[in-house]
Design a protein around this ligand. Structure first.
Ligand SMILES: [Zn+2]
Length: 326
């Protein structure tokens, strides 16, 4: 359905102060996805100052002081702790919001592992359930319309096809890596078998990976993205994957730069990979120290394989000849 002049004018007049939910109320025939697409096309962005002003006005009208809520909305409206940054990342991956409720179900072991992080921000309710064929789960749950509105304004209802740039614009730079740590703890996976390691983040088929791609590019991490549409199993997803140890270690060094808060099982795999990587780096350093090209004395060579008596064959990149060394 083509956008009329009138509709476009409504977007221009209202989107920047009020966001997508407000537009949806004025233009009920449009889908949120369609609106998000069109404002992107027009280059419109929500103005954070106007938005925050509106939130603080809403705050003044409430009779119940924020500090009386089980989880104080202020800690979300002014993000200044690593715990909130981490929780926002985790909620982006696995959170579910509806009717003023914020909830997240995880395997019980994982929930127990990060419970102290949630507890440090307020009183979250925990529920338990056991779904057929799955491990026992435990939830974090809170009912709070201010936190709910905040999350809606920052795309948490459209996160299956919109990227994380809005919420990241509200998180101070020095806390952003906690967001990515929480996000990875939710949607990421990492494993190592023999010498092979794989790190990936899996999400919806329509996922917008641009923010993660930008992060990986900035950290100089090689990656691939791919979409899967398995018609037989009726499953669709997309994935961003890194298979080189060097890239995985760079990501690890970024998200865990100050402390080890978060899911221990993922951290432990990262640590194992880092130890292995450090050993390889060490080994390569020794090889360079102990060898140089026997033809031109260059240190610019690569390993080509094993030679007899524990010696190795190398290939010089300067003179293109092979030589034997230790
Ligand atoms: Zn040479």
């Amino acid at each position: 359905m083509k956008w009329s002049e009138n509709e476009i004018e409504i977007l221009k007049q209202n989107y920047e102060c009020n966001g997508v939910d407000y537009i949806k109320m004025i233009l009920p025939d449009r889908t949120k996805k369609g609106i998000v697409w069109k404002v992107g096309d027009l280059g419109l962005k929500v103005n954070r100052e106007l938005y925050n002003l509106r939130i603080s006005r809403t705050k003044l009208n409430t009779t119940k002081p924020f500090n009386l809520y089980k989880v104080n909305p202020d800690i979300f409206l002014n993000i200044d702790s690593k715990e909130i940054s981490y929780i926002l990342g985790f909620l982006w991956a696995d959170g579910y919001i509806r009717n003023d409720c914020i909830s997240m179900w995880l395997k019980k072991d994982d929930s127990e592992n990060i419970k102290h992080i949630f507890d440090s921000t307020g009183i979250w309710n925990n529920y338990y359930r056991k779904l057929k064929g799955r491990k026992e789960q435990m939830s974090f749950h809170t009912h709070n319309k201010y936190i709910f509105n905040f999350l809606v304004e920052n795309d948490y209802l459209s996160k299956s096809y919109v990227n994380q740039s809005k919420i990241l614009s509200l998180i101070p730079n020095e806390l952003k890596h906690y967001f990515f740590r929480g996000y990875f703890d939710g949607d990421g996976s990492i494993w190592m078998k023999n010498n092979q390691c794989i790190m990936n983040i899996t999400s919806t088929y329509e996922q917008d990976w641009s923010v993660i791609e930008e992060l990986f590019n900035n950290l100089d991490i090689r990656y691939t993205t791919s979409c899967y549409n398995d018609k037989n199993r009726k499953s669709k997803c997309s994935r961003i994957v890194t298979q080189n140890m060097n890239g995985i270690v760079k990501f690890f060094n970024y998200i865990y730069q100050n402390d080890d808060m978060g899911l221990k099982r993922k951290l432990n795999t990262f640590l194992k990979i880092k130890v292995k990587y450090d050993n390889i780096v060490m080994k390569n350093k020794k090889i360079k120290e102990n060898n140089s090209c026997t033809h031109c004395e260059s240190k610019n060579f690569i390993t080509k394989g094993n030679y007899k008596n524990n010696k190795k064959r190398y290939m010089c990149k300067d003179c293109n000849r092979t030589f034997i060394g230790i």
